[in-house]
Design a protein around this ligand. Sequence first.
Ligand code: ADP
Ligand code: MG
Ligand code: ZN
Length: 628
Amino acid sequence: MKFSWRVLVLWTLPALVIGFFFWQGAFASSPADMTKNTASTRMTYGRFLEYLDADRVTSVDLYEGGRTAIVEAVDPELDNRVQRVRVDLPMSAPELISKLKTKGISFDAHPMRNDGAIWGLLGNLIFPILLITGLFFLFRRSSNLPGGPGQAMNFGKSKARFQMEAKTGVKFDDVAGIEEAKEELQEVVTFLKQPERFTAVGARIPKGVLLVGPPGTGKTLLAKAIAGEAGVPFFSISGSEFVEMFVGVGASRVRDLFKKAKDNAPCIIFIDEIDAVGRQRGAGIGGGNDEREQTLNQLLTEMDGFEGNTGIIIIAATNRPDVLDAALLRPGRFDRQVTVDAPDIKGRLEILQVHARNKKLDKSVSLEAIARRTPGFTGADLANLLNEAAILTARRRKEGMTLAEVDDAVDRVVAGMEGTPLVDSKSKRLIAYHEVGHALIGTLLKDHDPVQKVTLIPRGQAQGLTWFTPNEEQGLISRSQLKARITGALGGRAAEDVIFGHAEVTTGAGGDLQQLSGMARQMVTRFGMSDLGPLSLESQQGEVFLGRDWTTRSEYSEAIARRIDSQVREIVEQCYDLAKQLIRENRSVTDRLVDLLIEKETIDGEEFRQIVAEYTEVPEKQQYVPQL
Ligand code: ADP
Ligand code: MG
Ligand code: ZN
């Protein structure tokens, strides 16, 4: 049932107009149905009476309630041949019947054949009726009355967009690395399986659970696992599917969804990306979105509509809890919030173990090392990573996945597709100096993460890359670590500057500069790591969301703004001077590393450190190298 009413109506109108003419044409001649059983000749009434008196008439058939008659008469002038003629009778001629009787002429009255007339009437009426209906529909569809009667048409109903899975087949075992969230949700399973345990002591079972976390952390998976563990049906719909072109569709879908759920209780309703409907009402440029507000209102109404213990639990997921309407979050609705964060190193290891179950791994592969190399990866990233590695393994026709494939897959997931290396040229040399600059400073500063490898093989946008391995799980970052990172990020530009001169520096450092400027600014405005003192001057800069707080950006005066700028510049200048100084002081090892890099395309961290150590002292902290 996938059609649009607008289209239907627009096509119906021309069809109706054409149809009208057909109808009219067909019925215009309708009352003349006796032409087929009569002769074409006519006779006047007077003449008929004369014939009657002269006993020439043999039979009379009356039609149309006695207004016309088909008369059979013999004509002596024409060899007494019988002729059939039609006679129009005057309205009231009751004496005619008695006359026919006395004369003994056979006569018969035929009932009115008026179905033709009915069709004619219908033909005349059908056009206006259809036209009015059509206009009525058009009007209904385009009427923007909020909550208006247009919803009664149930347009949303025919499109059962939400999915129902009787058994999701996902268990808690399949979800790893987010233990706190799992524990919280374990209880939801008990709510569904043994509600009496809670109702017996007068507890109200929560109606809604809101899963909050970045994309790919396993929110959808968790919701499915709850349904799977509890063995209940799983209704899922995405918030964006509520919002449609037609007003009222979203609200009608919400109603429909809850109705289906009530029929199937106990069950789980999962609303993915609820921020698509659940944004604060009345927000946004140019006023709110009527449709979204209606949908949200309907959702709130439905959530209030069923009692807590009907066995329906609504799970919603979002990565923007800050934009949600407060009404959604109040007790009795989504009163439980469960945070699902990107996993830590232990969590990543567990997730890798889950996804390595069905993969063939070589003994050389240590999942722990992969977990260590992938800080910030979400569950979805890790799943994707192992899949990429498996694809590479198949492409290379290996028995099982080895370290090389995993390594390449990480590079690929983080930095993009591998490109072809440049041939030896001046620009290749420059790129080599740039990368060695990063790696050298990263090795010489004790607070910098150790180099994992340097490569001249392009990937994604980058012509060359320097990889660092975070030493341990990065929780809190110190001021000196931030400064070391800024200095390391400046290492590329510093090397270009020192070796090739001021005029020869390239655009290659653009990305580095963007990163380090961000870090330096945050040191000043968020972390209180400058002469401005421990002040938080800016909140975390999210993407600009038109609809909330888009007018309140800076909370400080012009004078402070100038001081922020000068502090940021001071930090960056200090770091840049340090970077240039380190390159100058280590010019000979830099040159040697560049030659080696151009020859080998890739130098791994261990070799790099050894070479640097031949020339100068490498800080002890840098010696610790996690195994991969
Ligand atoms: P979200 O809904 O949070 O964006 P999904 O639940 O859709 O993320 O996760 C996408 C995929 O990533 C899952 O199907 C699963 O394969 C994998 N994944 C994500 N998180 C985990 C996890 N904690 N444990 C195991 N696999 C995970
Ligand atoms: Mg999801
Ligand atoms: Zn760089």
